[in-house]
Design a protein around this ligand. Structure first.
Ligand code: GLN
Length: 237
């Protein structure tokens, strides 16, 4: 079994360890004998034929601006994959652009592909620090946030509820967004190595879509991942 993992804009969209998410996906596949074929997509690249899982990280406003047109050009393909149930995880800068768009503090509007109805506008101060969420599907989720954008969901389902930290906008206690099997979140850190239930959920969903007869995922020894999680949860904001 092999999963084709699309990595959106690894050069521009990579903040605070986001590439570690791809490493976690790859390793947790390989430790179970599942192949992980990572397909980087940079501006100008053709969109790959076969995609089983989508990942994209965060980026500075300038980086978001540089990938804007290319992302819009792939919007329809990405929408079709997500409508078909392909699992996706997008962090911060790409989370904002999987929504309707991001208005920067300079007033520039960077248009998104509208998977989520969410809208984001830069606030006057950055929201920075360690963050803890409670989620129905994955229990406690920990990470690190650093964004100026304030996101309002416009009716979309949140990914989690903020236990400590700011989350989408520092006001309504929501964090991230979910549509079908696509998850958007502000959590860097990176999020996947220290939240293995989330990593396995993405892998399991991709496997079930591609190989309906595949048996359940082999359990792994998560002692190191659990220690990393506990450490992150205990760090000062
Ligand atoms: N540039 C965006 C913001 O500041 C996204 C930042 C990020 O990806 N960490 O809100």
């Amino acid at each position: 079994m092999v999963l084709n993992i699309l990595h959106l804009y690894p050069k521009e969209m990579n903040l605070y360890g986001d590439h570690g998410n791809v490493l976690a996906l790859r390793r947790r596949c390989e430790w179970r004998g599942i192949g992980a074929n990572i397909i980087p997509c940079e501006p100008g690249n053709a969109f790959p034929e076969n995609v089983d899982l989508i990942f994209g990280g965060g980026g500075q406003d300038s980086g978001q601006s540089r990938i804007e047109q290319d992302l819009l050009s792939h919007g329809e393909r990405l929408r079709m994959l997500i409508e078909a149930g392909t699992p996706a995880l997008v962090i911060c800068g790409l989370y904002q652009l999987f929504g309707k768009g991001f208005r920067t503090s300079e007033g520039q509007f960077i248009k998104g592909i509208g998977i989520f109805p969410a809208e984001t506008t830069a606030g006057s101060k950055r929201l920075v620090g360690n963050i803890t969420l409670s989620t129905d599907a994955f229990g406690e989720v920990v990470g690190f946030e650093n964004h100026s954008g304030l996101t309002f969901l416009n009716g979309c389902q949140p990914f989690g509820t903020v236990v400590r930290g700011a989350g989408n906008n520092g006001k309504d206690h929501t964090e991230g967004a979910v549509y079908n099997n696509c998850i958007g979140t502000y959590l860097h850190g990176p999020i996947l190595p220290k939240n293995p239930a989330l990593t396995d959920h993405l892998i399991r969903t991709a496997l079930k879509n591609k190989y309906p007869d595949a048996s359940s995922l082999l359990p792994l020894d998560d002692a190191v991942e659990e220690a990393a999680h506990k450490n992150a949860a205990g760090r000062p904001r």
